[in-house]
Design a protein around this ligand. Sequence first.
Ligand SMILES: Cc1ncc(COP(=O)(O)O)c(C=O)c1O
Length: 458
Amino acid sequence: MTTNPTPYPTLVGGPGLAQERRLVTEIPGPASRALHERKAAAVARGIGTTLPVYVAAAGGGVIVDVDGNSLIDLGSGIAVTTVGNSAPRVAEAVAQQVGAFTHTCFMVTPYEGYVRVAEELNRLTPGTHEKRTVLFNSGAEAVENAVKIARSHTKRQAVVVFDHAYHGRTNLTMAMTAKNLPYKHGFGPFASEVYRAPLSYPFRDGGVDGGVDGRAAAARAIDVIEKQVGADNLAAIVIEPIQGEGGFIVPAPGFLAGLADWCAATGVVFVADEVQTGFARTGAMFAVDHEGVVPDLIVTAKGIAGGLPLSAVTGRAEIMGAAHVGGLGGTYGGNPLACAAALAVIETIEQDGLVDRALEIGKTMTERLTALQQRDPRVGDVRGRGAMLAVELVRPGTHEPDATLAGRVAAAAHAQGVVVLTCGTYGNVLRFLPPLSITDELLADACDVLDAAFEAVR
Ligand SMILES: Cc1ncc(COP(=O)(O)O)c(C=O)c1O
């Protein structure tokens, strides 16, 4: 057995940590590098690492590493710690639940926490119709179950997804995900009856004003679906209202509504994958709220439980009821600790006004990123909503993607203690997902670091 040789003290995370960017070693420092060597010797190499600083504590807007560096977090563990790491209500609720019971399996001897989370999701998700909810562990698992439910309800098999989509890494969700490397390469054969339609991508469709408007883009997609699949064969359309891994692509207004209207007219189940966009992230409780679209089923995960593994499918009672008794479930789905965390997350979002906080963060960052775009022609597009923002990097004067630049700017920001992520089919998008618990001062400092990173990388 390997004992832990790293000398760092155990820190208490949460917002009580000093909210500052503080570098005391190079990034990554020696303790992180030592751990990274152990990782290489112990962990399968298929698990990549964005930034090999090993975490000792996190909270508010910072991550403190094992060398004592304090980094600004603009990633939230990929849109998970929306309420902040070790957020006080979450930490307390989980600690209480650990002391009561950790697991019984909801399918064996149920408990109230699961029922309360279902009630809350039925209340919070768009639409006033009667709803039901079922809980799982991961986003991919919930997406798979949304497809099972839609197939069971419609007695049809086909599923339509979109260009640039990301829905997960299980077999069905790999088929639904668009990008080959790193998600799918060598892992086939993939599930059948999955079809891909064109997305509305304003930057690459020629611009919101000059290009394909949302309704026209929906008509283009529907034409492909009708010709290549046929509504009578189609169980569900599954779409991210703002694409996440695909590049934070916000479809032109009217695109989602056009698809939803067509689904309503043809009996196809309209599924919104809000795994990345849900729970206040975009400055609304759910991203479809910005467009006034009411999905038949909505899939949630990530930000729902402040870092504990939980996901859900919520939707129209008559659709959710199609699967037979015993047809849905799993050992850990709706684990009591994750449910306690989710209830605390929802309370935190509502009591602390985090939907408005996401809008504020969005306004501040958009101003900074737009100013950057005005002086740097390599920034082709600034987009996103609320605290889900991105810049798409191109060769000046063209739409040609510049993935190398995105990687170099991210590396320069990392070296100065700001955690940023890249994404996009072309790998040329820098994305920003700060926890909503970040302070204005940290946000401004992170924007300064980004500006300097663009200056430094020529
Ligand atoms: C939109 C979307 N759907 C599904 C998933 C898969 O979620 P998980 O990684 O929890 O399986 C993700 C994860 O990034 C996502 O962004």
